[in-house]
Ligand binder design. Structure first.
Ligand SMILES: *[C@@H]1O[C@H](CO)[C@@H](O)[C@H](O)[C@H]1NC(C)=O
Ligand SMILES: *[C@@H]1O[C@H](CO)[C@@H](O)[C@H](O)[C@H]1NC(C)=O
Ligand SMILES: *[C@@H]1O[C@H](CO)[C@@H](O)[C@H](O)[C@H]1NC(C)=O
Ligand SMILES: *[C@@H]1O[C@H](CO)[C@@H](O)[C@H](O)[C@H]1NC(C)=O
Length: 240
């Protein structure tokens, strides 16, 4: 159990937000732009272009979240995972998704996507090695807390549905850095396919076109060892 420092309690008492937030939880509202580690993975136009289903690959791996006061969230995620049975098969995933979030009374956050999210998966050892597909998974965060870090300021801790923590997120801004809060991509032209690796279930005409000419190659950032996670996490992400 994490212990909330007294100074945080005092600060919280003076900054009350309209967004659900109480002394036991948070020193600041969750509204804003948050990013893990070296803070290179940031939501908004510098990361994803949904109309093109493209990404600007960040300099380092990590995850970014933003939350608006009117109930929108956006996620940017970039990571490489080693394949446990085949350590040389490094699987890269880059994800963009947005939608509506809801802070529940039991302390959880439910993030429901609006359907225009997408991800690129680069799995050099799999049958389909590099492709882009729709990504529309609802995320449940079992709990969340914001602490005041003496050096880095507000720090958001999100705990996933199974209690596993997301990497600590630093506040880049108290304003959400987001793409427009509306559906940004036409996904009605869906084609259902299942590839031999079982990863793809639906894809759009646009992603089929792109796949034929191969998605752009992701380069593993130098010195990204800390960003390595076990392949089981990628598997989890794709069935959520
Ligand atoms: C909290 O609420 C969410 C959404 O209603 C639910 O899915 C989750 O199971 C609840 N968690 C607990 C610990 O009750
Ligand atoms: C995306 O997921 C949400 C929540 O489950 C659902 O309401 C919506 O219809 C889905 N959109 C698409 C395009 O699959
Ligand atoms: C992991 O490696 C195994 C063994 O080479 C391979 O069959 C499997 O497709 C790989 N998984 C992914 C997701 O690349
Ligand atoms: C989405 O794509 C479908 C199929 O190509 C098309 O019929 C529809 O008009 C498009 N919708 C929008 C809003 O562009």
């Amino acid at each position: 159990m994490l212990v909330l420092p007294l100074t945080s309690l005092l600060l919280a008492a003076t900054t009350v937000s309209a967004i659900q937030y109480d002394l036991a939880h948070n020193v600041t509202p969750i509204v804003g732009t948050w990013s893990s580690g070296s803070k290179h993975v940031v939501t908004g136009p510098g990361f994803a272009n949904p109309a093109q289903q493209s990404f600007v690959y960040p300099k380092t791996t990590g995850v970014g979240y933003s939350f608006s006061a009117d109930g929108w969230y956006e996620v940017a995620r970039y990571r490489f995972a080693s394949n446990a049975s085949e350590p040389n098969c490094i699987i890269g995933t880059v994800v963009w998704v947005h939608g509506h979030y809801d802070l529940r009374d039991n302390g959880s956050i439910v993030m429901t996507p609006v359907g225009d999210g997408y991800q690129q998966v680069q799995a050099p050892c799999a049958a389909t090695s590099n492709f882009i597909q729709n990504y529309n998974y609802t995320e449940l965060m079992r709990s969340w807390q914001i602490f005041m870090d003496a050096k880095d300021g507000p720090k958001l801790h999100l705990f996933q549905f199974d209690g596993a923590p997301v990497a600590p997120l630093f506040q880049l801004s108290a304003e959400p850095n987001m793409l427009p809060k509306q559906v940004l991509r036409n996904v009605s032209a869906n084609v259902v396919t299942v590839t031999s690796d079982g990863l793809v279930t639906t894809e759009t005409q646009a992603s089929r076109k792109r796949k034929r000419s191969a998605a752009p190659e992701m380069k593993r950032p130098i010195g990204m060892i800390a960003g390595l996670v076990v392949v089981a996490m990628v598997a989890t992400a794709s069935v959520l």
